[in-house]
Design a protein. Structure first.
Length: 196
């Protein structure tokens, strides 16, 4: 199983649920950076992944929705916007002293803009703490928030859906069990045909 920075609590709950099943196969967790999960699934280094729609490359995978959540602006704690109870995309999209960080697109290119190009979550965390950037991210990404960061809800940002994804040709009973556990954990057991 592989995942990037968001959905930490979801992963912990899923691992606990799997561990409580008699005869469950052991689960090895690969933590990776944003956008790396699809490659790990495609080349067989991972059997399932926790990914995020609309950000991750889900093309060609079977998926089951697990969690829908809002987004937050991750800001340096000393910035004036950090004192707000909520923000809008307009308020965070053009902050002259705090440009939005730019993650690579699915093709590896970066969107235009004044914000720094980031490759890793640790890079992003440092740049936010130093007051060099902000980012709008899934609310569950607060799991890696530093004391120097503040997360403020962005009320008009599109929702993000965390999914469990797996290759459609998988016939592994362990993968099927993991997908079933994930879906049941959130009360959305998949139809029989949706489980490998």
């Amino acid at each position: 199983m592989t995942k990037a920075g968001a959905s930490h609590t979801l992963l912990r709950r899923l691992l606990d649920a799997i561990a409580s099943e008699p005869g469950a196969a052991p689960v090895e967790v690969f933590l990776c950076e944003v956008g790396e999960q699809a490659g790990l699934l495609r080349d067989g280094r991972a059997d399932v992944a926790l990914m995020h729609r609309p950000f991750d490359d889900l093309a060609g995978f079977d998926t089951e929705d697990l969690l829908v959540e809002g987004q937050v602006a991750l800001l340096p704690s000393g910035h004036p916007l950090a004192s707000h109870d909520r923000l809008t995309l307009a308020e965070v999209s053009d902050v002259p002293d705090l440009p939005i960080a730019r993650w690579p697109r699915l093709d590896g290119s970066y969107p235009e803009g004044p914000g720094p190009e980031v490759h890793t979550q640790s890079q992003l965390a440092q740049l936010v703490a130093l007051g060099r950037t902000l980012l709008v991210i899934p609310a569950s990404s607060r799991a890696w928030q530093w004391p120097d960061h503040v997360a403020v809800p962005v009320i008009d940002a599109p929702n993000v859906t965390t999914v469990i994804a797996w290759p459609p040709n998988s016939r592994s009973p362990a993968v099927a069990s993991l997908v079933r556990s994930a879906a049941e954990l959130h009360g959305t057991a998949p139809p029989h045909s949706a489980v490998p």
